[in-house]
Design a protein around this ligand. Structure first.
Ligand code: ADP
Length: 682
């Protein structure tokens, strides 16, 4: 087969005579040619006897060849996409044996991929020898690309649904991440993935799972600081990073992935309910960039993983609350049953003796004590539910704290005596005036005293003292009793929390008292803090309440502070803000608060604080970023910036120091921490 010019063929057929039939057939040819162009359909004709292969003009256009260029089967095959050549050849060979020829395949035109559909009808003689054939070629790129995108979309949705279902069923999200990411890698043709999780203890990232890098490399990058490499930067800024055309040495942040042969990289933060939980990233070694659609899939997967992690966290919190409630119900049942047995016995005795005789009075007194105990328990319970539903109302009046101390001591003295605990009272000389509800405040102090009695072995000592500190009053109840383990200190104020249940039961407690104390004090704008050097070392409870208005200004300033330092607190947790500002005000500080990083940075501009406390886990702009911005401002250059974290320890301290903080404090903040910060300032 050799060539024939397509256009020449069409024109030869159309030229000749000038009569009307010829003119008509010329018009028809013209229409036919335009129809081919519009429909992007070309034709070819093969005449074996003349050894001629003819192409129409549109056929040349579809295959991207100059019109009239000589064609052979071999030159045609060269235009076919290399991956489809074997298939096309196989189908054509089959067509030569009489099978239908109707195929779709790709061609490469100027390096661009096109899709065509080819259909042919071959003619054979009686012996089966090929005479020739006619075929059409249609450019179907548009439809085919839409079809491919649709199929990809369907497969993507199937993948995401599978992942969502797997995550929903799993109670170990961290454990299934590897398996899920392997599927994602296969779908997106990626060769690597990295999943880092926030390490609460160390304040950095820890590699949870990865693929596509050698094991020793994975070990090297097991721990990552915020701000380091791509994943650390994503964790710090809480924003996705997409890196294309990665090459060694170009950007220091991509050094790690570049050294693993990764050319395209995309890392998403794992965030749910404003909380950063880690990062998830994918890398490709075979191509320089990801498409937008691929990045969307990675984002969707990251969101699903984040949501699953948040769900598990909530589940665990609920289970813990449920467990505490179960324990509480068991304790409550026990506590209510204990006094019932002696009451029942007492009733029997009274019935038998008819309420007469020497024992009757003692029995009645015993029954009264037991009933009082039940009433106290029920009152406590009612109080909790009243406070929880916000139904409690304070009847405020101006009070001298010394009177409240006296009343509480009077109410608790008998219990202290019964438990063999002696009480020392350090009564201040000056009046300590506060605005508060006397009943509630006596209840608070009596509760602390009765705890001192409960948790101090017989023969022990307790002390109650009060003094004025700046614009506040401070009341302390200390004992040399059983003490509290350090890890339990922040939790003793939680509802139903008890350090030692067996002990609590023997003493008739429900784990409600301190929760009530804290709630009642908060209603008064005050706070309470527990201190202990550990088991067996005694406990001290420190209560702070604001001095009554008009009294606060007149008193002496706290020791050592020459001028009131301006302190800004950037923190989104109400409780933490409340207690920290109370402690700071007690030290005479002029305190301002901001509930997010952005407003915190703005506040620095007009407040010019000397000290700024920043919570590292802020939602939105996190603590690191807020500190960086404050430091970059002229107003913040000399400011002392203190990091507030939920973790403590040397690693955390080192870590925040490196990030530009002057000091680090683990929450909940204590009076000692505040003094340390203010000493640092001085
Ligand atoms: P309860 O005393 O009814 O158990 P509270 O809410 O008053 O409940 O106290 C909670 C827990 O705190 C107690 O169970 C106990 O473990 C601990 N606690 C409270 N006061 C003291 C104290 N003075 N010394 C040691 N532990 C204490």
């Amino acid at each position: 087969m050799t060539k024939a010019g397509g256009d020449a063929e069409e024109q030869n057929d159309a030229s000749g005579s000038a009569d009307s039939t010829t003119a008509e057939s010329w018009r028809q040819w013209e229409n036919f040619a335009r129809a081919q162009q519009l429909g992007q359909i070309g034709w070819w004709r093969l005449d074996v006897t003349r050894n001629v292969l003819t192409w129409s003009a549109e056929n040349y256009r579809i295959f991207g060849q100059p019109i009239g260029a000589p064609q052979t089967y071999e030159t045609f095959l060269e235009t076919v996409h290399p991956d489809d050549r074997a298939y096309v050849h196989e189908r054509w060979t089959a067509a030569l044996h009489g099978e239908p020829y109707d195929i779709e395949h790709r061609v490469l035109v100027d390096g661009r991929e096109k899709w065509v559909r080819e259909k042919a009808c071959l003619e054979f003689d009686a012996t089966g020898a090929l005479l020739g054939g006619f075929g059409v070629t249609q450019d179907i790129s548009e439809r085919k690309h839409a079809e491919i995108a649709l199929q990809w979309g369907v497969r993507r949705n199937e993948l995401l649904t599978r992942i969502a279902a797997r995550l929903l069923q799993s109670s170990d999200v961290q454990g299934v991440v590897e398996e899920l990411c392997a599927e994602v890698m296969q779908f997106l043709d990626c060769q690597a993935f990295f999943n880092y999780l926030v390490d609460e203890e160390g304040g950095c990232l820890r590699l949870n799972a990865c693929a596509g890098i050698p094991e020793d490399r994975a070990r090297e990058i097991e721990w990552l600081d915020y701000g380091v490499a791509i994943c650390g930067t994503v964790a710090r800024d809480r924003e996705r990073i997409v890196a294309d055309n990665i090459s060694v040495g170009a950007d220091p942040r991509t050094a790690i992935v570049a050294s693993c042969g990764i050319k395209a990289y995309c890392c998403h933060p794992l965030i749910a309910q404003g909380r950063l939980m880690g990062t998830l990233s994918f890398g490709a070694k075979t191509r320089p960039a990801f498409t937008d659609a691929e990045i969307e899939v990675m984002q969707a997967v990251s969101q699903l993983v984040s949501m699953a992690m948040a769900r598990l966290r909530m589940e665990q919190a609920l289970l813990e609350a449920d467990r505490r409630k179960d324990e509480f119900i068991a304790t409550l049942a026990h506590e209510l049953r204990n006094p019932l047995a002696p009451i029942r016995t007492g009733l029997l005795v009274l019935k038998r003796t008819g309420g007469q005789g020497p024992n009757a009075v003692r029995v009645q007194e015993m029954m009264e004590r037991q009933v009082d105990h039940i009433v106290r328990l029920v009152d406590d319970l009612l109080e909790v539910s009243r406070i929880r539903s916000g139904k409690i109302e304070l009847k405020r009046e101006r009070l001298d704290l010394r009177d409240l101390m006296d009343q509480a001591i009077e109410a608790s003295q008998q219990f202290l005596d019964a438990n063999g605990v002696s009480l020392t009272v350090v009564r201040p000389d000056e009046p300590l005036m506060i605005d508060g509800d006397p009943v509630r405040l006596v209840q608070v102090i009596a509760n602390l005293l009765s705890n001192a009695a409960k948790y101090t072995p017989s023969g022990g000592r307790a002390e109650i003292a009060a003094r004025r500190v700046g614009s506040q009053v401070e009341l302390t109840v200390a004992d040399n009793g059983v003490g509290i383990p350090t890890d339990m200190l922040p939790h003793v104020f939680d509802l139903f929390a008890q350090v030692d249940r067996t002990l609590g039961r023997a003493q008739g407690g429900l784990g409600i008292g301190l929760a009530l104390v804290r709630k009642l004090l908060r209603l008064h704008g005050g706070l309470v803090e527990a201190r202990s050097d550990g088991p067996g070392k005694g406990s001290t409870f420190v209560v702070r309440l604001p001095l009554a208005l008009g009294v606060a200004q007149g008193g002496p300033q706290p020791q050592g502070s020459r001028s009131a330092p301006r302190v800004l607190i950037i923190e989104d947790d109400d409780d933490a803000v409340h207690s920290l500002s109370m402690l700071l005000r007690a030290q005479g500080a002029n305190v301002r608060t901001a509930f997010d990083g952005k407003r915190g940075v703005e506040a620095v501009q007009d407040f010019h604080p000397e000290v700024v406390f920043i919570d590292l886990g802020l939602a939105g702009m996190d603590g690191y970023e807020a500190a960086r911005r404050i430091r970059a401002m002229p107003e913040g250059r000399d400011t002392i910036i203190v990091a507030l974290t939920r973790w403590g320890g040397e690693t955390a301290r080192e870590h925040v120091k490196k990030a530009g903080f002057d000091l680090h404090i683990a929450k909940p903040t204590s009076m000692g921490d505040i003094e340390r910060v203010l000493d640092f300032r001085r």
